[in-house]
Design a protein around this ligand. Structure first.
Ligand SMILES: O=C(O)CCC(=O)C(=O)O
Length: 266
C-alpha cells in the first residue's frame, strides 16, 4: 500500500438471522465507501455480518464454504480496485461452522482466510462454532498485516505473534457489546502500544439476543493514540494512516530488541 493509507471502516447494524438483509446492507455500504473522495485503499467490515449471533440456527444460516461472500466481494474489489477485509462471516465447512475473515486484494483475489481461534463462551460460541487453528497473517499491496476477531484481543500472545511475524497493522472485526466499553478501549490500545503497530477495530451497532453493541470502531496508532473513533450509530469511519510511524515508534523505544523471550514461561 502507498503511504498514507486510507481506511474506510463499515460500522453497521447487523440483523441477527437475516443474511438477505445483511448482504443487501453490506453491498450498499461497500458502494457508499467506494464513492468516497479520495477513494479508500481498504474497506473493512465487522464480525459475523452475514448472520449476527443467531447461533441456534447457524447451521442453516451460514454461508456454505463462504461462496456467496467470496463471489460478491471479489466482484466488488475487481470493479473498484479496492482491498477489502471482509469482516467475518459464519461459514459452513462440511458439518461445522466457523467465524471466518476473508481478505481480498484489489483484483478480488482472496489472499487470506482466518477463523476465530478463541471462541467466546459468554455468548455460547463454543457450543455452535468450530475454532480456527491458524493465525491470520497476510500482505496487501506489500504491507505485512494481520487480523484477529473480537475476543481474540484478550490474548496478548496472539497480537504479539502477528507483530513478530511482521504485521504493521492488525485488524479486529468485532461484535462487542455493552457494558464492556472500558475493556474494548483499553485492550485495543494496549495491543497497539505493546506491539508498536496500528490496531484497527470494526465493531457493530444495534441490539440482538439481549446484547447491545456499542460501535466505537477505532483506529489506534503505534503510539497508542486513538486517531479516529466512531459514535454509537451506523457510520463509515474514515482514517488516513501513515505507516512510517511504525518504524519511528519502534526506533524510539526498542521493545522488540529488548525482549527476553528465553525468560518468559509461555
Ligand atoms: O471479550 C468480550 O468482552 C467480548 C467478546 C465478544 O463479544 C466476542 O468475541 O464475540
Amino acid at each position: 500500500m502507498t503511504t498514507p493509507l486510507r481506511l474506510a471502516l463499515v460500522q453497521m447494524n447487523i440483523i441477527a438471522g437475516d443474511p438477505e438483509a445483511n448482504f443487501a446492507a453490506m453491498e450498499a455500504k461497500l458502494e457508499e465507501a467506494a464513492a468516497l473522495v479520495p477513494k479508500p485503499d481498504l474497506i473493512a467490515l465487522p464480525e459475523m455480518w452475514n448472520t449476527g449471533y443467531a447461533l441456534t440456527d447457524i447451521q442453516k444460516l451460514a454461508d456454505p464454504d463462504g461462496d456467496r461472500t467470496k463471489a460478491t466481494i471479489s466482484a466488488f474489489c475487481g470493479k473498484h480496485g479496492i482491498n477489502v477485509l471482509a469482516g467475518s462471516i459464519a461459514q459452513l465447512r462440511g458439518s461445522a461452522v466457523t467465524n471466518t475473515v476473508h481478505v481480498f486484494d484489489r483484483s478480488g483475489k482472496v489472499v487470506a482466510e482466518y477463523s476465530k481461534i478463541h471462541l467466546f463462551q459468554l455468548m455460547n460460541e463454543h457450543l455452535h462454532l468450530e475454532a480456527g487453528a491458524e493465525t491470520g497473517r497476510f500482505e496487501l499491496d506489500g504491507v505485512p498485516a494481520g487480523t484477529m476477531i473480537c475476543y481474540d484481543i484478550r490474548f496478548p500472545e496472539l497480537a504479539r505473534s502477528l507483530a513478530l511475524g511482521g504485521a504493521r497493522i492488525v485488524f479486529v472485526p468485532a461484535e462487542w457489546p455493552h457494558p464492556r466499553l472500558h475493556h474494548w478501549r483499553t485492550l485495543l490500545q494496549a495491543r497497539a502500544i505493546e506491539n508498536q503497530m496500528y490496531v484497527v477495530s470494526i465493531n457493530t451497532v444495534g441490539e440482538s439476543g439481549g446484547a447491545s453493541f456499542f460501535g466505537h470502531s477505532m483506529v489506534i496508532d503505534p503510539w497508542g493514540e486513538v486517531i479516529a473513533e466512531a459514535p454509537e450509530e451506523e457510520t463509515i469511519l474514515v482514517a488516513d494512516i501513515d505507516l512510517s510511524l511504525v518504524e519511528e515508534v519502534r526506533g524510539r523505544i526498542p521493545v522488540f530488541a529488548d525482549r527476553k523471550p528465553a525468560l518468559y514461561d509461555l
